[in-house]
Design a protein around this ligand. Sequence first.
Ligand code: ZN
Length: 315
Amino acid sequence: MTGLRRRAAGFADAAGDLDWVIGITFGSQEAWYKARVGFGARGAEAVFFRDGEYWAKGAISMARQTANETARTANIGPVVLIGPPGSGKGTQAKQIVCRYGIPQISTGDLLRDHVGRGTELGLEAKAIMARGELVPDELMYGMVTNRLHKPDCRRGFVLDGFPRTAAQAGWLSALLEKELFDNNADNKSDNGSDNRSGKSKPCGPVVIQLMVDYNQLLQRLTGRRSCPTCGRLYNIHFQPPKVDELCDLDGSKLVIRDDDREEVIYGRLAAYEKQTSPVVEYYRAQQRLVAVNADRPVEEVTGQVFGAIDSHRGC
Ligand SMILES: [Zn+2]
């Protein structure tokens, strides 16, 4: 059986299952079977049925390959990721980038990039930060607008850390509706593909909220340790080093970053909650919000995130 390695262990719970028809190649022959698909400990797995009866279960590398090809050419539109520190937002953003071939846009990176390159917006922001003030929304809007008009955003993009306030969310909606996808459709990609309908329609974001139990979040954050020598990250609860407090790779004594100290974490989480809840409410009112249970193992969370994008994307 090519492409279907039997993998009996680790077939996880049935949450989010779908019935799919999956093709399997046996040597030169191809056959299609009905399968119930779920996300197990190591990624997508399927339980196959033949004539309505249980037949086999295994990994679905071929089906995944086909799905990935589709994911990388379809219009995905804007994806907004919302989640507290420690929710795995960065990890999930990278998985989205990888599967859909769309860029991740973080306002922190944008700001550093503009300051680094000494652009007009960057110099302005630098002067403001040097006075110890917060970079005003108008400056960030300029940087975000600029970035979202780049050709690599034409099929979609992942916003990470933006919008942070209801005002920013409103601004983003206006940008998406009035400007962005119309203008972007004029930028033909190098290979000229995927521009079938001329101007794209306005396209609302898929907003994914990563939900993590508060105590679990505290454990994740307070358990974080990093190696001062090689930078490797550990978690004393979930990914401990082989020897207590020492890096597996170079034996350095692990340290706690200032941001991860218990007394700082409560403040960070409270500030996050206060700042983000209006954004969550904004998108909930627009019926754009998809909540994902991020307490699950990371591969399973990724499966749910992909599912949310596949079924809710706006264009
Ligand atoms: Zn190390």
